[in-house]
Write a protein that binds this ligand. Sequence first.
Ligand SMILES: [Fe+2]
Ligand SMILES: [Fe+2]
Length: 162
Amino acid sequence: MARQVKDIFDALTADHDRHRILLKKLENADASPDERMNLFEEFTRELKGHASAEEQALYSVILAKPDTTDKARHSVAEHKEIEDMLNHLATVDIASDEWMEKFEDLRDEYIHHIDEEEEELFPAASDVLTEADEVHMRSVFQRRKTIEKAQAEVTPIAEPEH
Ligand SMILES: [Fe+2]
Ligand SMILES: [Fe+2]
């Protein structure tokens, strides 16, 4: 694998590892509602920024390649599900048991998503990428992640419920 390909997947996986740490902090039942709200807002901006930049850098490229179209479509559909879950969670009282139940559903869905990306999607993608793709993906992800995260909002939307 060329160094630049490794770099883009390393950058995506480093983000995932940051998200795993945020999930652990959000699981802490001793956190005050204010602490939890700050963590949830950071988590929401991180995930929305990451997913958008990942779509612009990686999924746009591998959707176009027949060998990875199905896998990429599946993963982008999960991004939409996760965004809906984040937006729904933002409508629930953060101090309630209901919030923690719905958070745990979101956590399980997100862990499934990033494990699948790392174990199946990234290896499949690395098989079909050209040198030009690698250069494009690396520059797009770094640039867009910064912009998308800054623009991402905590957006309470009551429906659909998961
Ligand atoms: Fe993703
Ligand atoms: Fe990802």
